[in-house]
Design a protein around this ligand. Structure first.
Ligand SMILES: C[S@@+](CC[C@H](N)C(=O)[O-])C[C@H]1O[C@@H](n2cnc3c(N)ncnc32)[C@H](O)[C@@H]1O
Length: 267
């Protein structure tokens, strides 16, 4: 068993790993991910104590990103897939492509933990810097199609940081997609309040400064003239009470703008 010392936002990589590995362990799992299960089982950490019962959300998110990346790799086999704030995401192990280059960008303390389980190589680069530090741009050829993902990252940044990072990526790379997930403003406000958002009695989520409601997503298109299209991709839960509740939420007018969602920007 490996002990990891993670705090604040980097610790949340254990929450997403826990949910993905729990889903992947099911008979009727929506994602197959033996590597996630292996890493999850190797870390000495009381996941349930911090994060409560695992749910489907992060597996749904991973599956949705996988589907979009898969289509991209099919169209551009020699592309670059750049995962900002990748943590212990094992996305590349769910693909068989040998021509694409995967680039993982995360904070030094998070990358140190990732590398205990996942080693970089020529086709899988690790860059231990903040996503906001533009020096990672230098590693990526500017004329190759890029698919940039930020799964569980942008909500932990300030809106102006997200916006300027998106604009700089669009101005630097010739063509591609930037895909990220968002939380609504009410979640951002609760996490930023003095009480915070308690996941369990033992764990309070880090502040999420950037919230955006679903009815504001189309405004992202105004961030740059080079954005061709902004598409929202809602969560589609596979089963059970979580599916029923979330689907009902999405079907309720007005209320449905207050749901977390996913966004794909084409440029
Ligand atoms: C909720 S976890 C998500 C991890 C992974 N994307 C997943 O879905 O399992 C948030 C991740 O963002 C990383 N992170 C936080 N601030 C960052 C920054 N400024 N630049 C890059 N990564 C950052 C954390 O270290 C952590 O790995």
């Amino acid at each position: 068993m490996t002990k990891v010392d993670l705090k604040d936002v980097p610790e949340t990589m254990l929450w997403t790993l826990y949910n993905r590995a729990s889903e992947a362990s099911r008979q009727d799992a929506i994602i197959k991910d033996d590597k996630a299960i292996e890493i999850y089982q190797s870390i000495e950490y009381d996941y349930e104590k911090s994060f409560g019962r695992a749910d489907q959300s992060f597996a749904v998110r991973s599956l949705t990103f996988d589907q979009e990346i898969s289509a991209f790799i099919k169209a551009y086999p020699e592309c670059y897939i750049i995962n900002l704030g990748e943590g212990l995401e094992t996305q590349r192990f769910r693909f068989t492509s040998d021509k694409a280059t995967w680039v993982s960008v995360d904070l030094p303390e998070a990358m140190e933990v990732r590398e205990q389980f996942i080693k970089p190589d020529k086709k899988h680069l690790h860059i231990a810097v903040s996503a906001l530090d533009r020096q990672w741009f230098d590693t990526i050829p500017k004329d190759k199609p890029v698919f940039v993902t930020a799964q569980g990252l942008f909500m932990y940044l300030q809106e102006k940081e997200v916006k300027s990072l998106v604009i700089d990526m669009i101005n630097t790379f010739q063509q591609g997609f930037i895909m990220f997930d968002t939380v609504p403003i009410w979640i951002s406000l609760i996490t930023s309040s003095s009480i915070g958002l308690k996941k369990t009695w033992n764990y309070t989520l880090p502040k999420m400064p950037w919230g955006i409601n679903r009815n504001q997503i189309s405004e992202v298109k105004n961030w740059s003239d080079k954005i061709k299209r902004v598409r929202e991709i809602p969560y589609a839960f596979p089963r059970g009470l979580q599916k029923y509740l979330f689907d009902s939420f999405l079907l309720t007018p007005i209320l449905n703008r207050y749901a977390p969602t996913m966004v794909k920007v084409e440029f």
